[in-house]
Design a protein around this ligand. Structure first.
Ligand code: BGC
Length: 463
């Protein structure tokens, strides 16, 4: 009995101590007290398909996916929405550069759409190359440093049909495309992200089945993640060997997405959280820290692959939240995303958790390379929480920099409301609101918090 009591006491104490350690008292914090380095990059991030839609990117696997139906004949996208031309970024990029300047941004992270550059296997499209050249030139002319992402969730249909990243032998196609793009633009662009969120790509496509190919197959999820990490390494090595390679900075983008149990003493919450965190985040962190790739499949053997030689010049950290999972009596959704009293939820599935950004930076600093926050933002359809979000998350970032973490830039996700994958247009992260009929953009009041932080930083640095 005494023993039992001790264990319970230990658990309660442990939960309380970890709560104190991880959660900050925002009543005692003045978030306006921020400082950022002189050469800091202030940006926003986008993805070609999300911002240009299927009409502008007709040959990619998402364009096919959003027109397909599941086994019940239902659309894969909420409310059967279609991306159409989304925000028509492909054609309106000049206006968008103006919007960036209006906020004081000095950097822009965007993806180069593989299916536009190589719509058919081995055929490279001159018009698309010209387009990206013009975009890059326009950015540079306006004092905006470009950061390119080579793979942001979508692939050309022909690559998808070959089995995509499920097959290790397909990696060479991605290396060829990456080298081609690098040869075109590396004389002007210094910052290159190979792959956006490999673990999320494998998790949502092969565990949740919500992204193409819509499967629920842990074995494939593990294979795909391993192949994406190998693809990163191969691309890194290849680009480094090309002209401009040695001067360019090449990194990967990882989302620190770790699930936490609402009650750490409750195994129904803590066991799934720990497993989910392993496959959505820890496997990638471990790979870059140790060169080992582990992917555990319940009731099967632990799959371990050794002796990788992961390489990076920087890491892009995408961070939104540490989702807090709470148990409920429900067959379809036994765990749901929640928050503690005093915290707030965003309009999507996560709580606002600025101190989590500090924790994520601390964790990713183990890669021992400079860090860029390549995505961070809030889905906030009525724009009521955006300014608090920006002030608090950027306060947490400033504190991390003050404590010695080498963070060199911050990219808000995202510039204008866009197509949020299977959520369609229902989730709004943008700094600008978009009227999709007229393509009229309007600055959201909450975005002014971002502008003010950048203005203050500029004032300090031009004194
Ligand atoms: C992805 C974006 C996505 C954002 C918000 C990130 O995981 O890179 O494409 O829109 O999260 O959900």
């Amino acid at each position: 009995m005494i023993k039992k009591f001790n264990i319970i006491f230990f658990f309660v104490l442990f939960s309380f101590v970890s709560f104190l350690e991880n959660d900050w008292d925002w009543d005692k914090i003045d978030p306006s007290n921020m400082n950022f380095p002189k050469n800091f990059l202030w940006g926003s991030a986008t993805c070609e398909y999300q911002n240009s839609g299927a009409q502008n990117c007709p040959n990619n696997n998402w364009a096919t996916w959003e027109n397909a139906f599941d086994e019940n004949g239902k659309s894969r996208i909420k409310n059967a929405q279609k991306s159409k031309k989304s925000t028509d970024h492909y054609n309106l990029y000049k206006e968008e550069i103006y919007l960036m300047k209006n906020l004081g941004l000095n950097s822009y992270r965007f993806s180069i759409e593989w299916s536009l550059i190589e719509p058919e296997e081995g055929k490279f499209d001159n018009e698309a190359i010209e387009h990206y050249k013009n975009l890059i030139d326009e950015l540079i002319k306006n004092g905006i440093t470009p950061m390119i992402t080579l793979h942001h969730f979508t692939t050309p249909n022909w690559f998808h049909e070959k089995g995509s990243f499920e097959k290790e032998e397909n990696i060479d196609y991605f290396v060829r495309f990456s080298s081609f793009v690098f040869n075109q633009f590396s004389n002007k662009v210094n910052l290159w992200c190979t792959i956006n969120e490999p673990a999320i790509y494998s998790f949502v496509g092969y565990v949740l089945g919500r992204f193409p190919p819509g499967e629920v197959d842990l074995q494939k999820a593990g294979d795909v993640l391993k192949n994406l990490l190998i693809a990163h390494t191969k691309v890194y090595e290849k680009l480094k060997s090309l002209p401009n390679g040695q001067n360019s900075k090449i990194g990967i983008v990882h989302n620190i997405l770790k699930f936490e149990p609402y009650n750490s003493w409750n195994p129904i919450e803590s066991i799934p959280c720990s497993y989910l965190s392993d496959i959505t985040s820890n496997a990638v962190v471990e790979f870059f820290k140790t060169g080992y790739f582990n992917f555990y499949i319940p009731l099967k053997a632990y799959t371990t692959y050794e002796n990788f030689d992961p390489k990076l010049d920087f890491v892009g950290l995408n961070y939104y939240s540490h989702p807090l999972l709470k148990m409920q009596i429900s067959y379809s959704e036994p765990l749901y995303s929640s928050c503690y009293e005093g915290q707030e939820m965003s309009d999507y599935t996560f709580r606002l958790y600025p101190e989590g950004l500090y924790r994520a930076i601390e964790e990713i600093s183990a890669f021992n390379v400079p860090i860029y926050i390549t995505e961070n933002g809030i889905p906030d359809n009525n724009d009521t929480k955006r300014s608090v979000f920006i002030n608090r998350y950027l306060y947490a970032l400033s504190k991390a920099i003050e404590d010695g973490f080498d963070v060199r830039g911050y990219f808000y996700w995202t510039l204008v409301d866009n197509f949020e994958w299977n959520e369609g247009f229902l989730v709004k992260f943008g700094l600008y609101d978009v009227d999709f009929d007229t393509q009229q953009r309007t600055l959201k009041p909450g975005a002014l918090a971002y502008k003010k932080i950048i203005d203050d930083w500029k004032k300090k640095n031009t004194k």
